[in-house]
Design a protein around this ligand. Sequence first.
Ligand code: ADP
Ligand code: MG
Length: 711
Amino acid sequence: MSSSNRIHAIDTVAAYPVVPMREESPASTNHFGENVFNEAAIRRFLPNTVAKKLLATIRGEAPFDPSIADDVANAMKEWAISHGATHFTHWFQPLTGGTAEKHDSFLDLTDAGEAVMNFSGKNLIQGEPDASSFPSGGLRCTFEARGYTAWDPTSPAFIKRHRNGATLCIPTIFCSYRGEVLDKKTPLLRSIQAVTKAVERLMRCFKAPQSHTRVTLGVEQEYFLIDKNFYLHRPDLVQTGRTVFGSPPAKHQQLEDHYFGSIKPRVLAFMTEVEDELWKLGIPAKTRHNEVAPAQFEVAPIFEDLNLAVDHNMLTMEVLRQVADRHGLVCLLHEKPFDGVNGSGKHNNWSVAYGYRNLLDPGHDPQENAVFLTVLCAIIRAVDLHSDILRSSTAGAGNEHRLGANEAPPAIMSVFLGDQLMEVMAQIEKGGVMKSHHPDAMRVGVDSLPPLPRDATDRNRTSPFAFTGNKFEFRACGSSQSCAGANIVLNTIVAESLDFFSEQLEQLSDNLFNEGLQKLLKETFGRHKRVVFNGNNYSDEWVAEAARRGLPNLKTTMEALRAFDSQVSKDLFRKYDIFSDMEIDSRFEVFQEEYHRKVRIEGETALEMAQSIIMPVVIDEYRRLASACQVAMDCQFAGEQDVLRQKAALLGRRMTELQTRSDVLARALRGLHEEILAAMTDLRETVDALEHIVDDARWPLAKYREMLFIY
Ligand code: ADP
Ligand code: MG
């Protein structure tokens, strides 16, 4: 790119046509779920008896009956064709972090050579992609390279449209020939099962009537939008998703005027189309707003069943990218596309319901309070025991710029409870509430407390794991990451902790239950309260305090990943049949390799840009200065000579530095990731300094003040 490209990009954005207001009505609920093979479609396309059986499977009430497979497949095909589909695909989530699809058409030929559209039960239930090029961490040798995809009926099939056609997408799991898992959905489903079982066991201790357990998730997704003209002229954005050079402009987010600000018309038009698409896919997009950094935004849906919510978040990211492209924009999902302004995360709002009751809702009577406090204590215990594994689920090259850097949230995992709940827990710890005057009317003695209030006060924005009224909000996930990983860990550690409680409660006779539970809550909270922190998580005092409390502070990706590969982690995941030891080892290898590769790609991109884009401009600038110096000397302009000499000296120093630091990076690229990262930081410092010295009209890279403000 030359500087004229940069200027041209700005002019192009400036000439962005003003689109007239759309006349037709915006998205309506009539279109909600129209691209989903949902209950309405099932009832319309399948005979009653078959529909009933399928719906029971979807609701988790009965296993799938293979005898209806052909009927279901045929109905799906008819429905898909009525929506313009010609192809189908098993849609899965390999360890690449994204989604994968291989399309097959419904086309078949009869013996007479006539073309027909076919889709069998076998096609629906199982696929056999040649999967040798997906990361497996050594789980699959090429001689048994086959992978299998298997239908997940609990996440409905949907239609993906493109300009001149459509594809039926069937959510599936993905495993190897020998059954080892190669994806993120299988362990997620297993972990949901584990926590469901643990909840049911606990609720039996409380003599609750049998009911259905529902683990729920609402994902707040942050992202940046920039004009495509700038994006295409930044090789670093194209190659790595983030800017490896670029200095923050004078004004960025200091005035806090972007957060919740009025949304620019171009962005609003984009958001409206995104929502329209999401609603058609049955994704209940609910909230949209400007985020803290300039050009940063958020979309959040109404919460759903966990498995579905994770699929829907993967789809949301895809829709964001595609719709942006149609609007001449690029959606950046990287955790830290721009240095010096906020990065992007994904808030993972998690909760669990039993029957109609959200177990994280304090409730209205002593019985409900007791269950609530038990689940709360179990979660505190879970996070304290396994905060390192929880942290590991968010590890990655992009997220490393948030966690452990000076950005929210920190790498130290702690739980925010809020003042009111803290008070309740303090009373339980003191045992004071046991002196209640109505021992019969209560289960835990907490009946002497007023109905537990929702925490209406400060919602601590700095906490990585905050109780927010009726759910826990885990804020450490990266904006580009699948939230499957975080929820696999969360479900499993909570299951283990709930079982810890059940094991002891099951020993208690009815008349000792209240007292026993109270004692258990008291002990557990006492033992694990060190993980509770209600203060400012960004402060240096907290870092010191957390160290005193013995809480892990895993700043780097590799430190975090090692926690996942530890013996404790293996024992935990094996116990709950989530991962075998081998599957953990393989995942560790995949994540580690991915991290190293990403760092290397960034390093190579930075080096190439420094040498082939920045250096030539700097040399040119130097030449101009040198000839100006010559003129001043020839004319014996003393004052001008001084100015020009100083400028030339400054530029010359930085030019030499640019070369030296490029050489260091080139050497580092043959070594370890720490060296690459350090060399990149140094090189960036030089380039960003040069950005302020070189003639603005000649600077070749789109600047932050342009990318973040001109759209
Ligand atoms: P914020 O963190 O910005 O204050 P909200 O309170 O609006 O966010 O909610 C964030 C997300 O939490 C939404 O997606 C919402 O649907 C979800 N949520 C609310 N209740 C639950 C719940 N019981 N389980 C899971 N997610 C929930
Ligand atoms: Mg939030």
